[in-house]
Write a protein that binds this ligand. Structure first.
Ligand SMILES: O=C[C@H](O)COP(=O)(O)O
Length: 254
């Protein structure tokens, strides 16, 4: 059975104090559940703090981005070796904010995924369409091209070690959520795309939904057959909301 993953993307939020309180509340309320991964992705400057505070708690730590370069004169960047050094296990790659604000291309995203897989960390590859693309009926094409760019670079066998997150851009931070059916349709299409290369990779791939997932709508989204967790922004900054989503994810496995 594929893993269910509840990932908190803290984006550019937090302070040493607020991180400490958030993690205290989170770990106090969290129940370890077989097959359920709870993941937090703080800003890079706080990765060491978060990793240290979590200790042996059943919460994995990920970065929100990484350089595909191994080392050297790349001011402002950090490497996979540095993330390994800190004990990070996951890296969010190709988030729509990286694509739209920082101009990351499909090729750059593919290089980052390839480097992350080589380093034996787990990439969380983000894909998703804009509102214009959805209204033009292009959703499946857009998402499938984003997946294909990575598939063509790393191959299906390596991609088996990744996680995919479908995040409709129009639902991110807007309070607008894809309906469970809209999300399920895209997740199903992604799985079918993978199955065209390898049935077993497709069957075992965790495909997360992201875009205004919260304590109220999580259960219904997570009940969909092809939704295997969430990539949560705003609601991951509140321990009680995030814990409610984790509980809904645990229930969805029953
Ligand atoms: O990475 C997380 C997504 O961008 C979703 O963010 P949101 O839950 O604030 O809409």
């Amino acid at each position: 059975m594929r893993k269910t993953i509840v990932a908190g993307n803290w984006k550019m939020n937090g302070t040493t104090e607020s991180n400490k309180a958030l993690l205290e509340n989170l770990t106090a309320g969290l129940n370890a559940v077989d097959g359920l991964v709870t993941l937090v992705c703080p800003p890079a400057v706080y990765l060491a703090q978060v990793k240290q505070q979590l200790g042996n708690a059943p919460v994995a730590v990920g970065a929100q981005n990484v350089s595909a370069q191994p080392k050297g004169a790349f001011t402002g960047e950090w490497s996979l070796a540095m993330l390994q050094d800190l004990g990070c296990e996951y890296v969010i790659i190709g988030h729509s904010e990286r694509r739209s604000i920082f101009g990351e291309t499909d090729n750059q995203v593919a290089e980052k995924v390839a480097a992350t897989l080589d380093a034996k960390l787990i990439p969380v590859l983000c894909v998703g369409e804009t509102l214009e693309e959805r209204e033009a009926g292009e959703t499946i094409n857009v998402v499938s091209n984003q997946v294909e760019a990575v598939l063509a670079r790393v191959g299906i066998a390596a991609l088996a070690n990744a996680v995919i997150a479908y995040e409709p851009v129009w639902a991110i931070g807007t309070g607008l959520t894809a309906t469970p059916q809209q999300a399920q349709d895209v997740h199903k299409a992604i799985r079918a795309q993978l199955a065209a290369s390898d049935d077993s990779v497709a069957e075992n791939m965790s495909i997360l939904y992201g875009g205004s997932m919260n304590a109220v709508n999580a259960a219904e989204l997570l009940a969909q057959q092809d939704i295997d967790g969430g990539l949560i922004g705003g609601a991951s900054l509140k321990a009680d909301e995030f814990l409610t989503i984790c509980a809904a994810a645990a229930d969805s496995r029953k």
